[in-house]
Design a protein around this ligand. Sequence first.
Ligand code: SAM
Length: 217
Amino acid sequence: MLPGISAKSEKEQNQTIQNYYKFQSKIYDLTRWSFLFGRIGIVKQIPFPRDAKINILEVGCGTGYNIRLLAKRFPNATITGMDVSEDMIDIATKQTARFGDRINLICGPYMKGSKDFNEQMDVILFSYSLTMINPQWSELLEQAKVDLKKGGVVALADFHNSNFGFFKRHMSNHHVRMDGHLLKAFKDDSDYTSVYEKVKAAYLGIWHYVMYIGRKK
Ligand SMILES: C[S@@+](CC[C@H](N)C(=O)[O-])C[C@H]1O[C@@H](n2cnc3c(N)ncnc32)[C@H](O)[C@@H]1O
């Protein structure tokens, strides 16, 4: 097991993330533009007309970067952002205030077993959250299927893999698992039809990131 990626209980995992973002929230937007690639691209690929009245959920919405992109791209959408870190949600609240009450932010963990969004969502976005949610990421994928309408789409932008052990160890110190496991899980899931799939190199191949969109059958 790499450092930072141990088999934690859900409670321990959520606490680890909350502690991590106490400081990281303060430098998040200043730093993440330089390595969280694919976020603009995945929002552009979401296969709904721009004027669609759709319900979108972002799991792990952080400081609200994607919520702003989504709100601009889909001006009639209602967008819910969930995040387990109060520090991140506080920033997201300020950053998305101008979009008014079509944005709904919830501070709390996205978890298996919730009935809150049962088949209500047209789009569920996971952007750089799932590689940090270990080992519960696969339970969250199951939950997303419960929360999506039939014909709704799940969208992913995240780290994919790296051929460099030093880099994987560095990322695991930041609680990120990079094993190509997310794309494999989506592709193996017969409840989704793949709509869009791309793996791209970052910084001449130090790591690869993945973008995926699947439609719930
Ligand atoms: C790397 S940030 C990504 C933020 C944003 N999606 C983006 O692309 O900039 C990961 C976020 O996921 C949140 N997170 C981790 N586990 C979570 C869970 N179980 N439920 C909701 N949010 C979670 C973290 O608090 C953090 O804000």
